[in-house]
Write a protein that binds this ligand. Sequence first.
Ligand SMILES: Cc1cc2nc3c(=O)[nH]c(=O)nc-3n(C[C@H](O)[C@H](O)[C@H](O)COP(=O)(O)OP(=O)(O)OC[C@H]3O[C@@H](n4cnc5c(N)ncnc54)[C@H](O)[C@@H]3O)c2cc1C
Length: 260
Amino acid sequence: MHVQLLFPTKEIAEEYYRQLVYLACRTCYSEQKPEEIWQRIRDGKVRDEKMEQLITKVVQSGHHSTIEHIVFSFSISGVSRTLTHQLVRHRIGVAFDQQSQRYVQFKNTEDIFVEPDTIRENPEAHAVFEEIRKKSAEAYEKLIELGVPAEDARFLFPQAVTTNLIMTVNLRELIHICGLRLCTLAQWEIRRLFKKVRKEVMAVSPFFGRMLVPHCVHEGFCNELNNMDWHCKIRPPLHIAQEVFEKWRKGELVEREKSE
Ligand SMILES: Cc1cc2nc3c(=O)[nH]c(=O)nc-3n(C[C@H](O)[C@H](O)[C@H](O)COP(=O)(O)OP(=O)(O)OC[C@H]3O[C@@H](n4cnc5c(N)ncnc54)[C@H](O)[C@@H]3O)c2cc1C
């Protein structure tokens, strides 16, 4: 799997991204026209820390249209169709363009399958996977030889077959998608993708990169049913968070003295 942030570059992110989001936030609370605020920013009259403080406050308050003004474009290659089937379910604030299996006729079918570790590391399972991988690749090539169009020959490919795409997504939606897909219980391949996405964003903008976390981090509890035993420790499951709240409501939690 390869993930590369194509846009913005570090220079563009540093020069425009915080500034644009600050402009969006400030416009809402200022008598000044946006172009006047923008000029003050361009003239270096607004410190970076001031911009970050306002953006942080506004984002925490849920005023999220302000972070729709900046986008990130990624090149994603060597991922399975299993992954992209999940990825393209995201509909709002995100655009995808994916390699076509209708128009692209695969000539080298040797290296176009993603094999999960659980299969690769089990010799018997690996042998089963290899058999099907080879058979489906050979069958695809045979159908192409027989004159079957690529759009029909592709019906033989398993979901493991790789694909390439570009994804452009605004920050609001990127935070939302990362919230779901960086969860430790998310499916491994899409989680791996978004760990790489986060790393790419961190490289151009640590300020915005730090916003890309599992959604439980923002919410303070975990609503994943498979974490009722609290084996993922990032945040307590909802029932435990509720028990703590109930105890507090009943006055059972002793508050610490100020001197402690
Ligand atoms: C752990 C997990 C398991 C899943 N399992 C399954 C499964 O078994 N089967 C399956 O089919 N899918 C499954 N999905 C996919 C899931 O149902 C969503 O389709 C997917 O996560 C896209 O997210 P989203 O709906 O937030 O869409 P996005 O496009 O990312 O939407 C962003 C937000 O915009 C708002 N929004 C978007 N569209 C609308 C709308 N039409 N009306 C109102 N508000 C809207 C919502 O607030 C939404 O959260 C799973 C996802 C996860 C994370």
